[in-house]
Write a protein that binds this ligand. Structure first.
Ligand SMILES: Nc1ncnc2c1ncn2[C@@H]1O[C@H](COP(=O)(O)OP(=O)(O)OP(=O)(O)O)[C@@H](O)[C@H]1O
Ligand SMILES: [Mg+2]
Length: 286
């Protein structure tokens, strides 16, 4: 099981219901978790994997650098089960094999690939529930995304659960049921910081600067007590927000210049929400 997650009861309940439905009733389901960098999408996918016990889990993580590689993501997802391609009807198996680079034939038969994927997932689920974890789908190559969406939209009674995670702008209009991940309430943010031995004024400052973003809470909390107004922005937080920062025009108000950024609230796009309206008032939030 992964890290303890605070303030995600509703999300965990919804995921658990999907997993239970697959296990107990053979129903398929899908959910797309959407939210900003560091908000806890991957952590929830890992929590789901941990809850699945011995069920089969297939995974793919989108990489920005591989976006141009047609079917690169599908290759990642299906490579561990490539031996099961032999069980598929000829044309579907051929299309999938070609997509995965296991046979000649090019990438022309997109319909066949989608159909092959759907059939393969259904076939795997004959042995028990299957969980597909699709992380960072904003960076999936288009051919893989199309095949995955084709298959996911047609899943019904196979016992396959697909959980996807996207940053705010990823996979818009996919038709998948979505659940937005908001920033943590202050009381949950406080729990993330508990046990770190931070003095009360440092806790207060980290809460304010992190604004309910779990990654920022962890990174700022790890920085320990610092002089007022000088919370450093660790590389991990900058890296997480980097792509969003890079896309902002140079003259965007509040756009940080490298080395001058002090907090994720400064690094966030101007539209990023604060901690559900409770900037720094634990008593009124909990
Ligand atoms: N609800 C939570 N309670 C405690 N810790 C959390 C919570 N959510 C996330 N974390 C922790 O915060 C960090 C960032 O979370 P995570 O990597 O899941 O973010 P993400 O949304 O996947 O970000 P990215 O878009 O950059 O991939 C991780 O160390 C994770 O364990
Ligand atoms: Mg992630």
């Amino acid at each position: 099981m992964g890290a303890v997650l605070y303030g995600r009861d509703a999300e965990q309940a919804r995921i658990a219901a999907l997993l239970d439905d697959a296990r107990d009733h053979g129903r398929s389901g899908a959910l797309l978790l959407r939210g900003e960098a560091g908000i806890g999408k991957t952590a929830l996918l890992e929590w789901a994997a941990g809850r699945c016990g011995h069920d089969r889990v297939l995974r793919v993580t989108g990489y920005e650098a591989e976006r141009v590689l047609a079917f690169g993501a599908l290759h990642q997802l299906l490579w561990p089960v490539r031996d099961r391609l032999d069980a598929l009807p000829g044309a579907r198996a051929d299309a999938l094999r070609a997509a995965l680079g296991l046979a000649d034939g090019g990438h022309g038969d997109r319909f066949g690939v989608g159909l092959g994927l759907l059939t393969l997932l259904a076939d795997l689920a004959e042995d028990g529930p299957v969980l597909c974890l699709l992380d960072d789908v904003q960076w999936l190559d288009a051919a893989s995304a199309d095949a995955l969406l084709f298959a996911v939209r047609r899943l019904a009674a196979e016992g396959v659960v697909v959980l996807a995670a996207a940053r705010d702008e990823g996979l818009l209009g996919s038709g998948l049921p979505e659940m937005p991940l908001g920033r943590l309430e202050t009381c949950d943010a406080v729990r993330v910081l508990e046990g770190r031995g931070l003095p009360a004024d440092a806790v207060q400052r980290v809460l304010e600067e992190a604004a309910g973003n779990p990654l920022a809470l962890l990174e700022f909390g790890a920085a320990g007590p610092t002089a007022p107004g000088t919370l450093p922005v660790p590389e991990r937080v900058l890296a997480s927000f980097g792509a969003q920062i890079a896309r902002l025009p140079d003259r965007t108000p509040g756009r940080p210049r490298r080395g001058r950024c002090r907090s994720p609230s400064a690094c966030s796009p101007p539209s990023a929400p604060r901690s559900r309206g409770c900037r720094i008032a634990p008593a009124s939030c909990c």
